[in-house]
Design a protein around this ligand. Sequence first.
Ligand SMILES: Nc1ncnc2c1ncn2[C@@H]1O[C@H](COP(=O)(O)OP(=O)(O)OP(=O)(O)O)[C@@H](O)[C@H]1O
Length: 222
Amino acid sequence: MFSDVRLARDGREVLRRVDFRIDEARIGILGQNGSGKSTLLRMMIGLIAPSQGRVTVGGLDPHHDCVAVRDRMGFLFQTPDNQIVYPIVHEDLAFGLKARGLSRQMVSARIAASLDRLGIGDLAARRVHELSGGERQLVALAGVLTREPPTILFDEPTSQLDLANRNRFRRLLAGMSEQAIVATHDLELVEDFDRVLVIESGRVVVDAAPAEAIARYRELCR
Ligand SMILES: Nc1ncnc2c1ncn2[C@@H]1O[C@H](COP(=O)(O)OP(=O)(O)OP(=O)(O)O)[C@@H](O)[C@H]1O
C-alpha cells in the first residue's frame, strides 16, 4: 500500500503523491520511459525508501523488514543479468533454495518444475553467458518461480522475448496462482488484467480497468 508517497532525487520529484492499495491478482503498470514504474516496484521490495509518505506490504515496511518482505515478493528485474549469479543455469537456480534448508531432491524438483513451466528444461545445463537475452530473461524468471513467493513483481518481463515466448508468458500469467504486478510497455500483456495504473511524471494519472487505462495511455502518448 502506498500512502502519499513522494520520492526526490537530485532535487527532482521522481514520485509525487502516490496513493494506492493493491488487492487484485493481476495489476499492470504502464507509463512512458522515465515515468517511475521501476521506482514504484523497487519501493515495494524495499530497494528504495520514500522521501515522504509510507509504503507497506502486509503491514510491513519493506525498507526495514526487507527479508520478510522478500519472502513474500519475488522480483524480476528489467535486466536479467542483475539477478543471475552463477555460471551454469541449474547452479544459479539452486542458489537461494539451498539457503532455505530444502533437501537436494526438493531443490532439483523445484528447479525442474520452474524450467518446465517456462518450456526451457533444455537450458538447465547451459552456461549463462552463452544464452541469448531472451533466454536469460526466462532463466531469471525461472529463478523467481523456484522460490514460490505469493506475489511477483515483474519489471518489463517481455522486453526481450520473441512472440512465441511472449505468448507463453501471457499463458503463464493467466494460469499463475501467484499475485502479479507487472510494469510493462507491452499493452497486449495487460489486456485481461484486473486493474491497470498509468504513471506519468511520477504520478498515478489513471487507475482503471485495462480497456480504459490502455485507451487513456494511448491518448497520453500521442
Ligand atoms: N537513483 C536515481 N537518481 C536520480 N534519478 C533517478 C534515480 N533512479 C531513477 N531516477 C529517475 O527517476 C525517473 C523514473 O525512473 P524509472 O526507472 O522508475 O522509470 P521507468 O518508468 O521504469 O522507465 P523505463 O520505462 O525507461 O524503464 C527517471 O527520470 C530516472 O532518471
